[in-house]
Ligand binder design. Structure first.
Ligand code: AP5
Length: 215
C-alpha cells in the first residue's frame, strides 16, 4: 500500500504505521524518526534540524524534500510505503505530487487520523520512545507500557521522553499543526483522495484503511 498518514502530533500516526507494516511489508517512512536519527548521530542534517524540532517548529521544506526524494527511491519502497509526518505543509504536498509523478508512483489515498485534543495531550505527556535510533519503538506509560520499566521490549535500550515533549514544545507543535499542516486535509479532500477516520483505537483506524483498500 502507498499511503499518507495525516494527523496532529500524538494522533497515533507512528503507531498505526507500525501496525500497517505488518500487513504487507510496506515500509514506514517517518520524517520525524529520520530527523531524530540524524540529531542523535550529530550529522549535518541533525545540526540543521535540532533547534526547530526541539522548539516544536518545522524543519525547512527544502531539507525535507531532499530527504524524501532520496528515500522514496530506495529499493525497500517497492513493496509500498506509509508516509508518517510527511507532507506537513502545502509546499511539501505540492512538491510530493510532482516527485511521485516523476517517479511514476501512484498513491492509494491519504488518511486523516482524527483524535480529540484532550486525548492527544494525555498521550504526548505519557509517551516513551526507544532511545536506539535504529529502533525508535513507541510506548505509553498508560496504554502500552514496556514489560520492564524504562527498557525497550524489542532491543533492550533505555526508553526516553522525546526532547520535544516539554509542555511548551507540545503546545507549539499543536499550534504549528493547526497553522501549517491542518490545511492539507482540504488539499487532499480537493484531490478526492482522503479517508478521515475519527477513532482513538488504532485497530479501528487500520480496519478502516483495509476496508478502503479492499474497495
Ligand atoms: P514527528 O516525529 O512526525 O512528530 P509528530 O507529528 O508531532 O507526531 P508524533 O510522533 O508526536 O505522534 P504520532 O501521531 O506518530 O503518535 P504516536 O503513534 O507516537 O515530528 C517531530 C518533529 O520533526 C516535528 O515537530 C518537526 O520539527 C520535524 N519534522 C518531522 N517531519 C517534518 C516535515 N515533513 N516537515 C518539517 N518538519 C518535520 O502516539 C503517541 C502516543 O500515544 C504514544 O505513546 C502511543 O503509544 C500512544 N497511542 C497511540 N495510539 C494510541 C491508541 N490508539 N490508544 C492509546 N494510546 C495510543
Amino acid at each position: 500500500m502507498r499511503l499518507i498518514l495525516l494527523g496532529a502530533p500524538g494522533a497515533g500516526k507512528g503507531t498505526v504505521a507500525k501496525l500497517l507494516t505488518k500487513l504487507d511489508g510496506s515500509v514506514q517512512i517517518s520524517t520525524g524518526d529520520i530527523l531524530r536519527g540524524a540529531v542523535a548521530a550529530g550529522t549535518e542534517l541533525g545540526l540543521k534540524a535540532k533547534a526547530a524540532m526541539n522548539s516544536g517548529g518545522l524543519v525547512s521544506d527544502d531539507l525535507i524534500m531532499g530527504i524524501m526524494a532520496e528515500r522514496l527511491q530506495q529499493p525497500d519502497c517497492a513493496k509500498g510505503f506509509l508516509l508518517d509526518g510527511f507532507p506537513r505543509t502545502i509546499p511539501q504536498a505540492e512538491a510530493l505530487k510532482i516527485l511521485l509523478a516523476k517517479l511514476g508512483i501512484k498513491l492509494d489515498f491519504t488518511v486523516e487520523i482524527d483524535v480529540p485534543r484532550a486525548v492527544i495531550l494525555d498521550r504526548l505527556t505519557t509517551r516513551r520512545t526507544c532511545s536506539n535510533s535504529s529502533c525508535q519503538a513507541i510506548y505509553n506509560t498508560k496504554s502500552n507500557p514496556t514489560k520492564v520499566n524504562g527498557i525497550c521490549d524489542k532491543c533492550g535500550s533505555p526508553t526516553i521522553q522525546r526532547e520535544d515533549e516539554t509542555e511548551a514544545a507540545i503546545s507549539k507543535r499543536l499550534d504549528t499543526y493547526d497553522a501549517m499542516t491542518a490545511p492539507l486535509v482540504g488539499f487532499y479532500k480537493k484531490e478526492g483522495n482522503l479517508l478521515t477516520v475519527s477513532a482513538t483505537d488504532s485497530n479501528v483506524v487500520v480496519k478502516a484503511i483495509q476496508d478502503k483498500l479492499a474497495g
